[in-house]
Write a protein that binds this ligand. Sequence first.
Ligand code: ZN
Length: 278
Amino acid sequence: MQYARIRIRIVITTWVIGKKLRNGLKYSRVTILPDTLCIHLKRFRHDFAFSSKISSKVTFPLVDLDMAPWLHKDSASKVSLYDLSGVICHHGSAGGGHYTAYALNPIDEDWYEFDDSTVTKVDPGTVMSAEAYVLFYRKNGTSNEAYREKMQSLLALNQESPSLIKFYVSRQWINKFETFAEPGPIDNSDFLCHHGGVLPSKTSFVLDLCVALPQQVWEHLHSTFGGGPACTRLYECANCRAELDALTRQKKFELEEFKTLHQEFQVSVLKGIPSKEE
Ligand SMILES: [Zn+2]
């Protein structure tokens, strides 16, 4: 893999230390690795009025792209391996061209070429020899499989002896848990306020935003991923409701004040214009 075009900069620079010039090395490292890594190769060069295409051959792996060398030592990301899931190719010149794409079907695990309305099954070698423009890598998610299986077995167990207490967890976070390699800590802030109640603006559709889980499942998820806060009861936050009502009243008051002042201003302007008879 040629990393040179990735925007992870390593810059040799000159520092002024104690009035003396010293050579230094300035570099950037990644602190969080995303679940989907998008690598945009610089295929077009723009010099003043001229544009040209860079058609250099760039090789890339289909599996096990390791981002570990670019990871900051304090990074929370534990998984650094990625597998290719899609490629965008550009055919033609800087003046005009045509885009095609390759994508991996996760069901049959075959690669397909997408060229306008034509879809063709291709072998992995064809993908590897493509003149890639944009590469899409997905973080290797096998490490999370065990947690998902454990959750399914706990849910099955709950069918036999249902938990009396339900814990509400963000549906958005559950989606991450089911599809991401590293979903990060549980984050219920998309429906809970910092007081622990439901955000007044979300009360009417809060059940669309969260999932009720048995206590054993919550304990499994919370002990594995942390985060929260824990929520066993959905109620609108009285503090946030009072704040929202005060804000709504203030906005209404300001709008009425603005209308009155605007009206007074228009009347005074009209009074200032001499009539045609004068
Ligand atoms: Zn609140």
